[in-house]
Design a protein around this ligand. Structure first.
Ligand code: FAD
Length: 464
């Protein structure tokens, strides 16, 4: 892939039939739409095909196939390593495809590939329902679902991909297929965890869960010096906790947000962020012991609309900053891991950088048969994110180095990796993330659906 033989005539043909927009360098809108969320990624595609519907996606994929253009597929554009854009190729951009329809009769929702998490929540919460997803509302449902989807509701309602009923996929030959438990079952297995390896998913159909609209949620903050005490309590508290309890622990310097008193801005803090998915009164009883640990600096855990809580992290991850990232999965927190976290937390330099870990263990994901989907991480306890962030490329070096130091310290304790949290780390890391048996099965599927590896800008499964 990647030998470009696209001509002006090819692009004129594409434009003539396209319902969306075909943007080439120099066109109005090209500059805006060539960018992705991560400002550290600066690529110049030959064409950004802003698809308005399935027919546009099929046309764009066929053009790529016929010309040899490199293909990048963009849902929400939030791939950390920038896999939804490329130099000199074609971006199949679904961001205009926002159709969303809740069906209360079947308790399902259909959403097109360009929908963002906050947009899906907006539609589903109107009926007191939700699809469990991630924790930043401007992330795309597409990439998130295809790799897993972990967030506040994971323990109670499962991974995002566990809620899938069916998907529509444009495959490498440009045709549309539907995959579900009863149609193209092997493809349905693969898209649930195998990322964008098998084609462009134009529509997702999910089973809804009853959620909120009010949840007991928010962070409790402690001074960084109390990290060990907080984490030792946290470890016991979450062991056997009801599945309604979703938590993320965050270590950072307190952000300058209106909800945080100015005297705390910039101070190193450890926060346990809570989302109780059930009745808020029952949640109060579960959360009460957490509030009594050490001397909290600030307690913002109270009943609020689910959609408000979903947006808590949004101001910390705006588009355009320079982001760098490493991640691993952990088992239950050991004393050694707690020591690493407690030692590293005060070393965070930039107010933009942080590390956090989602608790996903002992909940709905682990009740699903490990072979039912391609997702590998059903039995991990925590998924760690280490974010080294900066306003500009000039400030980014030290943050990236810090990310690697913490990542290396955790490496002996890692039990796996979540593919949606990988950078471009090579085939071996992808293979290890899936495990040999699962990777081979994915390879077989890739060989069948995309033998030429047209869709290779992803956590790539190389055809056998
Ligand atoms: P894109 O950059 O558009 O795509 C990512 C990958 O998926 C690319 O390889 C792309 O080609 C492929 N892809 C995109 N759309 C399609 C499609 N329609 N069909 C086929 N392939 C497609 N993950 C979690 O699980 N939980 C979280 O809480 C969470 N929070 C995050 C917060 C931020 C700020 C960011 C940047 C990421 C977060 N993630 C989280 C990780 C997220 O799941 C991945 O980055 C995911 O790939 C983003 O999906 P996207 O559609 O926005 O990305």
């Amino acid at each position: 892939m990647g030998t470009t033989t696209v001509t002006r005539a090819d692009l004129a043909d594409l434009s003539a039939q396209f319902r969306g927009e075909v943007l080439c360098p120099g066109d109005p809108g090209y500059e805006q739409h060539r960018h992705v969320w991560n400002g550290a990624i600066d690529r110049r595609p030959a064409v950004v095909a802003r698809c308005a519907g399935v027919a546009d996606v099929m046309a764009a994929v066929r053009l790529a196939r016929e010309t040899g253009l490199t293909v990048a597929v963009r849902g929400g554009g939030h791939s950390f390593p920038g896999l939804s854009t490329c130099d000199d190729g074609i971006v199949v951009d679904l961001s205009l495809m926002k159709g969303t329809r809740v069906d209360l009769g079947t308790r399902t929702v259909r959403a097109q590939g360009g929908v963002l998490l906050g947009e899906l929540d907006r539609e589903t919460q109107a009926f007191g329902t939700a699809v469990p997803s991630g924790i930043v509302t401007h992330t795309g449902i597409a990439g998130l679902t295809l790799g897993g989807g972990i967030g506040w509701l994971t323990r109670r309602h499962g991974l995002t991909l566990d809620r899938l009923v069916a998907v529509d996929v444009v495959t490498a030959d440009g045709s549309l297929v539907r995959a579900s438990e009863t149609e193209n079952h092997d493809l349905f297995w693969g898209v649930r965890g195998g990322g964008g390896n098998f084609g462009v998913v134009t529509e997702f159909e999910y089973r809804l869960a009853d959620v909120g609209p009010t949840v007991l949620a928010g962070p409790v903050f402690w001074p960084v010096g109390q990290t060990r005490e907080v984490l030792r309590f946290y470890r016991e508290w979450i062991a056997g906790a009801p599945e309604d309890l979703g938590t993320v622990v965050v270590h950072r310097r307190a952000p300058a947000l209106p909800t945080i008193p100015t005297e705390l801005h910039g101070r190193h803090v450890t926060a346990v962020m809570v989302c109780w998915a059930g009745n808020p009164d029952a949640g109060e009883r579960v959360v009460a012991p957490l509030r009594r640990v050490g001397t909290p600096l600030l307690d913002l855990c109270f009943p609020k609309p689910y959609v408000t809580h979903q947006a808590t992290f949004d101001p910390s991850f705006p588009p355009g900053r320079h982001y760098y990232f490493r991640s691993c999965d952990l088992g239950p927190l050991t004393d050694d891991v707690i020591d690493i976290f407690a030692e590293q937390a005060p070393l965070i330099r930039s107010p933009l950088s942080s590390f956090n870990y989602f608790h996903t263990g002992d909940g709905a994901p682990s009740r699903v048969d490990a072979d039912a989907t391609a997702f590998p991480g059903r039995h991990v306890s925590h998924t760690v994110n280490i974010n080294g962030n900066a306003f500009t490329a000039d400030d980014h070096g030290p943050e990236r180095e810090w990310v690697h130091r913490l990542f290396d310290a955790l490496a002996p304790h890692a039990v796996g990796a979540y593919t949606n949290f990988l950078m471009t780390e090579g085939e071996e890391r992808v293979r290890r993330a899936y495990g040999e048996r699962r990777y081979r099965r994915l390879q077989g599927l890739k060989t069948r659906y995309d033998p030429d590896n047209l869709f290779h800008l992803n956590q790539n499964v190389v055809p056998a």
